[in-house]
Ligand binder design. Structure first.
Ligand code: BGC
Length: 527
């Protein structure tokens, strides 16, 4: 039974609003207490509450390929990634992981891992090739129905995001994307990381439509101090309208729930000073609560009000009613922790001393020493404790609302002389997940209502402006053949999921058998 359907005319408007997010409601369970010492090595699925969702996470543009197939329209990322100089090595998602043609194989991979959830996104331009114009493309609906049906057949719950960065190009052209209030009208979805989208697209200008102003960056147009606030406002209102529709027409029938996904770094004070401790509080509030506070309480965070005052867009009374409570759960993408430094008393670079940044500069190093192991994505550092802290923070701020960890992942360090062997023997990824899961378990044992954990990502994929160099996958994807080759972390995750436990310890994880074709030196520009 699919969550997306092809209805008759009188349902057309509703039909345009794709139904998202089917989630099993979980029971509260009792679990035993174990000392935190051996938690990491002994970490296993059985320690998590019964029915906890474990899976992997992905997004349409990053894995599907097939940009012109079966009536799909152009998306903003199709256009942006083909603009010379925008993406590392001028790569693009035209092929990506070819998931569009290989989804059955990929579902088999997930099934053999033993996951019970898969988070993916629906490409808007496959379903509505011209955004809100033109007709619904039934072939676009069909592919997601097939994916969903095949997941359900294997006992894997689909966890669907409808907007994960890719937007029909026509909406970008007509409105400038999320900058226009018109975009709210027909947009019904949960959205991936509005806070990161507005920062990348309208503050730093490094994602489409590439708007920004100095000192944040040099773009052909934009206003980094103002546009992120407007875009966020429109995204939140769009979310609330989608939720209203979903609740009215589908929720009771499906017994599902609907949420939104925010990106959530954790922060530590750069210096042992009160001003930096305050900076931590501010930058936290300018992150996830910028998205979640309005949806739970109907207002932007007090910390933002006190700095931005009347610059913050206002919700009318009607909008306030619409938006408040428009959330069944919070999805968080948590990868790492950074230091926060106060910029209210001193000047800071790249706009960190502007109100929109909360007068905070964030950095991964203190006196040249990284806060944790630096990963292939240079702004991400491994600090497992950050997972526990951010979940504690959300528990307190939102009165223990249900949370799903919708993304957590590790990108292998970028080294010029990296070999295929290094990439496949990904002990660091395994250590990362074990330590982050142990930190999550500590937060759950203190009472946090966390219901699922999804690894970013099943496959190495198109990593936005980084192209294919940055690899988060449990499976290595050969850029020539698109073959999926399991990294050691597949063995670990599968053993974790199936509670076989013995491969949890590093010494028990055998060397991968690498066929000769796999054992070759690969530079990072090997496609
Ligand atoms: C995004 C993904 C991205 C991942 C790794 C997340 O913030 O949702 O699309 O690939 O980070 O950078």
């Amino acid at each position: 039974m699919s969550v997306i359907s092809n209805h008759t005319n009188n349902m057309k408007m509703v039909d345009k609003q794709l139904i998202s997010v089917v989630i099993i409601l979980l029971c509260c369970v009792h679990f035993h207490v174990q000392s935190s010492h051996d938690v990491e090595d002994g970490i296993s699925r059985s320690q998590f509450p019964e029915g906890f969702l474990f899976g992997t996470s992905s997004s349409s543009y990053q894995i599907e390929g097939a940009p012109f197939e079966d009536g799909k329209g152009l998306s903003n990322w199709d256009v942006f990634s083909h603009t010379p100089g925008k993406i590392n090595n001028d790569e693009n998602g035209d092929i990506a992981d070819d998931h569009y043609h290989r989804y059955l194989e990929d579902i088999e991979l997930m099934s053999s891992l033993g996951v019970n959830v898969y988070r993916f996104s629906i490409s808007w331009s496959r379903i509505l090739p011209r955004g809100i114009y033109g007709d619904i493309n039934p072939r676009g609906i069909m592919i997601y129905n097939k994916i969903i049906d095949n997941l359900l057949l294997r006992g894997i719950e689909p966890f669907v995001t409808i907007h994960h960065s890719d937007l029909p190009h026509e909406l970008e052209e007509r409105y400038g994307g999320w900058i226009s209030p018109l975009i709210q009208v027909k947009y019904w979805t949960t959205i991936n990381e509005p806070n990161l989208v507005v920062e990348s697209a309208y503050m730093r200008g490094i994602h489409p439509p590439g708007h920004c102003s100095p000192p944040f960056g040099n773009c052909y147009t934009g206003n980094s101090d103002v546009e992120p606030l407007i875009a966020m406002h429109n995204m939140l209102l769009s979310h609330a309208k989608a939720v209203k529709l979903y609740r009215k027409h589908f929720q009771a029938k499906q017994g599902g729930s609907i949420g939104i996904v925010a990106h959530a770094f954790m922060y530590e004070p750069l210096r042992d000073e009160e001003c930096d401790r305050q900076a931590v509080n501010r930058t936290l509030a300018f992150g996830l609560p910028w998205v979640i506070d309005p949806l739970v309480f109907g207002e932007y965070p007090a910390e933002m009000h006190s700095i931005l005052g009347s610059q913050l867009p206002r919700f009318s009374l009607r909008e306030n009613n619409l938006i408040k409570g428009s959330l069944d759960f919070i999805g968080i993408n948590h990868y790492g922790t950074l230091y926060a430094k106060d910029c209210s008393l001193s000047a800071c670079p790249f706009g960190a001393d502007h109100p929109i940044s909360g007068f905070v500069e964030t950095t991964g190093t203190r006196d040249g020493i990284p806060i944790g192991d630096q990963t292939g994505m240079l702004e991400l550092f491994v600090v497992p404790k950050g997972m526990e802290k951010i979940v504690d923070y959300i528990k307190i701020r939102y009165h223990n609302m249900p949370v799903y960890i919708t993304e957590n992942g590790y990108s292998s360090p970028l080294k010029a002389d990296v070999t295929m062997h290094d990439l496949l023997q990904d002990f660091k990824r395994i250590d990362y997940h074990k330590a982050y899961l142990a930190a999550l378990l500590r937060a759950i044992r203190k009472g946090a209502d966390v219901r699922g954990y999804m690894i970013w990502s099943l496959l190495d994929n198109f990593e936005w402006t980084h192209g294919y160099e940055t690899r988060f996958g449990l499976y290595y994807v050969d850029r020539h053949t698109l073959e999926r080759i399991p990294k050691l972390s597949v063995q670990w995750f599968s053993s974790f999921l199936n509670n076989t436990g013995h491969t949890n310890k590093r010494e028990n994880l055998g060397e991968q058998h690498l066929g000769s074709k796999n054992v070759r030196n690969v530079g990072f520009n090997f496609i």
